[in-house]
Design a protein around this ligand. Structure first.
Ligand code: NAG
Ligand code: NAG
Length: 346
């Protein structure tokens, strides 16, 4: 199942999902109404097409999130860090990403050094297996957070969860996530959602999009967020991760894969663009180089584009400022390194 999903992608569910979105929206008695029964910072409707803060699109930053999963160790960290080389955000802080760590085969000293350099550490699982119950989810989240925080990563900064195989665990996962005080899941890919619905949202209401792969919680979890995995599209096929996109055979094609998907956000409503970097994707030189070339290009060509952690992206949705303010260094959540622990005080 794992290999099948990684390599063949999640295609062809679009019409089905659009239909189910429409019917859910119509049938909910307690529909989420942006600004009426749900407002930031602790609530955002899944069906809210509005730009946070109501700013005009040309005034807001475009956020790109590089996210990693599974083990992090001396065998792969250099490939991951290669992607960040020479990338500087508009406020002159280095570009950063989010690593959802698996305990098995991870080197916690490496994980700690990522955190020390401003990257965010989240949790995926103990051993890469998908937890099969609330208890297993809880055990996974607790244990991995405990091991990571024992290595010196601030415990309060460990608030994000990514399910193995991008297969969110629905109610079981959210019960555990909520009980353990995590803030968000970043595992849900819904390839049919239009770009202007690609904003993070909370589970204050039961209605909402279904993830293409895995479960959606069928209860409310007020104040708990979903930060969606963005679609990639190549040669007419949509996919949730680059390894799942068929037909990428050169550095140029890897560049195009990301660029064409990025520009949909940039020229659309600038919803955050979350990229999943699979270990097998960066292990191949031309794929890694095409990815880095894409990042260097957008970093140089778009002065309002930022490469940030998931928590930083989420914080902006909760309390947005214009791009100019952040660029001037007047937005604390995006200032350099070691800031994640300051947010989301329970
Ligand atoms: C693009 O898709 C078409 C039809 O689906 C296929 O024939 C073609 O080989 C693909 N091109 C690449 C570069 O993958
Ligand atoms: C952005 O900066 C301007 C100019 O300094 C200021 O007036 C405004 O209040 C700031 N906006 C936010 C949301 O911080």
């Amino acid at each position: 199942m794992k290999l099948l999903l990684q390599h063949h992608g999640l295609v062809g569910l679009s019409l089905l999902i659009l239909a189910s979105l429409a019917s859910q929206a119509a049938s909910q008695t307690t529909a989420c109404k942006p600004g009426e029964n749900c407002s930031p910072p602790n609530c955002r409707c899944w069906n809210d097409r509005g730009i946070p803060g109501g700013y005009p699109v040309e005034k807001i930053p475009q956020v790109v999130m590089l996210t990693f999963e599974y083990a992090v160790n001396n065998g792969n960290v250099d490939q991951y860090l290669d992607l960040f080389k020479n990338l500087v955000n508009p406020n002159n802080c280095p570009a950063v990403g989010t690593f959802f760590v698996q305990e098995l085969y991870s080197d916690m000293a490496v994980v700690k050094s990522l955190s020390d350099n401003g990257h965010e550490i989240g949790v995926t699982s103990i051993d890469g297996k998908i937890p099969g119950s609330t208890k297993q989810w809880r055990d996974n989240l607790k244990e991995v957070r405990q091991v990571v925080s024992s290595a010196g990563v601030p415990e309060k900064s460990i608030i994000g969860v990514r399910a193995p195989d991008l297969k969110p665990g629905g109610l079981e996962e959210f019960l555990a996530l909520s009980e353990e005080g995590f803030l968000y899941d970043a595992s849900c890919a819904t390839v049919s959602l239009p770009e202007d619905l690609d904003w993070p949202y909370t589970y204050d209401f039961v209605s909402g999009p279904k993830c293409d792969n895995g479960e959606t919680p069928e209860k409310k979890f007020p104040g708990k967020w979903q930060v969606l995995v963005s679609d990639l599209e190549y040669n007419g096929t949509k996919c949730a991760s680059p390894s799942a996109c068929p037909g990428i055979k050169s550095q140029r094609e890897a560049f195009d894969l990301f660029y064409n998907s990025f520009i949909t956000h940039y020229e659309g409503m600038r919803s955050p663009f979350m990229i999943v970097i699979n270990p097998q994707w960066v292990a191949v030189d031309f794929q890694r180089e095409g990815t880095h070339q894409f990042l260097e290009y957008i970093n140089a060509a778009f002065e309002d584009t930022w490469i940030l952690t998931v928590t930083q992206a989420l914080e902006w949705v909760r309390s947005p400022v214009p791009n100019a303010n952040a660029t001037a260094g007047a937005y604390a959540p995006w200032n350099c390194a070691k800031k994640n622990e300051l947010f989301f005080v329970p």
